[in-house]
Design a protein around this ligand. Structure first.
Ligand code: AMP
Length: 312
């Protein structure tokens, strides 16, 4: 393997949560969830230079934090406060494609004021996982000179915090959202037009995640499509988007450059990590992966979209 530059540092801010999930495979209570939990775990396969900023309550099992630390993730920025951990309750339809939020209990997240450690302020890559855009802005104000800032969001924030969300989007490079959220944000049904409208809000690229239809990257120069792996067993789509983001940003940290070619590969790596996440509940699909397993699925995706150029 050729020599690579040192891995860039990746700072992740997001929720660390306990989830209750209902769906065709039954009701599961108090699962480890949260955007940062999926992102950090997915990214940890590519770089040992990941650090988290998040908050947990006194009910949060320490073993989940210890596991992340064992994976090489810097968990010193996970603050434990008095009160309950952020708790999300969701229900999936039998097709596993649509979900509704039944309850969101902010708990300690309600009064969270993220404070970056000195070592985190110099992060080169920053991933603002899905949380209140006002908190995402707070973090942005504290980082010194990141080379790439990407953010994820969700319909809740588009509906109740649009001003903060638009202020945040204007300050970052890459915004990631799913197709329904892109339509909601842009007030435009056609995805290509929606992406063009979102690009006008300030970011240099927009990634639209489309579940089992893959993901699209829109940037000034055009559009790139990453396929989703057609899977035999899908149990729990929770965290697919976050694992996609973690795989993508983790790979960028590993590759050490931000060339268009590397970004395309990172999109595929995102798809690979999202596909592992949905095969099991919580973060279980991201456990015990190896470079060989990740490589194998990457190769399967390459194979899936391989076709010849024709000249008519
Ligand atoms: P995803 O399936 O990638 O959209 O991510 C699902 C995760 O996001 C779950 O584990 C939830 O705990 C977390 N989540 C859901 N709603 C929120 C919210 N309003 N703020 C922060 N995290 C959330």
């Amino acid at each position: 393997m050729h020599q690579r530059s040192a891995h860039r540092s990746l700072l992740v801010i997001g929720s660390v949560a306990l989830d209750d999930i209902d769906g065709p495979f039954g009701f599961h209570k108090d699962l480890l969830g949260g955007s940062a939990s999926f992102i950090a775990r997915a990214a940890s396969y590519f770089t040992k230079n990941v650090s988290i900023v998040a908050v947990i309550g006194d009910d949060f099992p320490q073993k989940h934090v210890d596991e992340l630390t064992e994976l090489g993730v810097d968990t010193r920025g996970i603050e434990r406060q008095k009160g309950e951990t952020f708790h999300w309750v969701g229900r999936y339809a039998p097709d596993l494609a649509t979900r509704e939020t039944l309850d969101t209990k902010l708990g300690v997240f309600g009064s969270f004021a993220p404070k970056l450690g000195a070592h985190q302020k110099d992060a080169q890559l920053v991933l603002l996982g899905n949380i209140d855009p006002a908190l995402q802005l707070d973090v942005l104000r504290q980082v010194h000179a990141p080379t790439l800032v990407a953010a994820d969001t969700m319909n809740l924030w588009i509906n109740i915090k649009r001003a903060d969300l638009e202020a945040m989007i204007a300050k970052i490079h890459t915004i990631m959202l799913n197709d329904e959220e892109a339509r909601l944000l842009a007030e435009e049904h056609n995805l290509r037009r929606a992406a063009a409208k979102i690009l006008k809000m300030g970011p240099t690229s927009v990634i639209i995640k489309r579940g089992d239809a893959g993901a699209l990257l829109f940037h000034g120069g055009g559009v790139f499509a990453a396929p989703a792996m057609p899977l035999t067993d899908v149990k729990d789509p929770t965290g697919a988007g976050d694992s996609f983001a973690g795989g993508l940003m983790g790979y960028l940290a590993y590759a050490g450059d931000l060339s268009p070619k590397t970004i395309r590969t990172a999109m595929i790596m995102g798809s690979v990590m999202g596909s592992f996440a949905v095969e099991q509940f919580s973060v279980d699909g991201l456990r015990n992966l190896t470079a060989t397993k990740i490589q194998h699925r990457f190769d399967e995706l390459v194979e899936l979209v391989q076709f010849d150029q024709v000249r008519l």
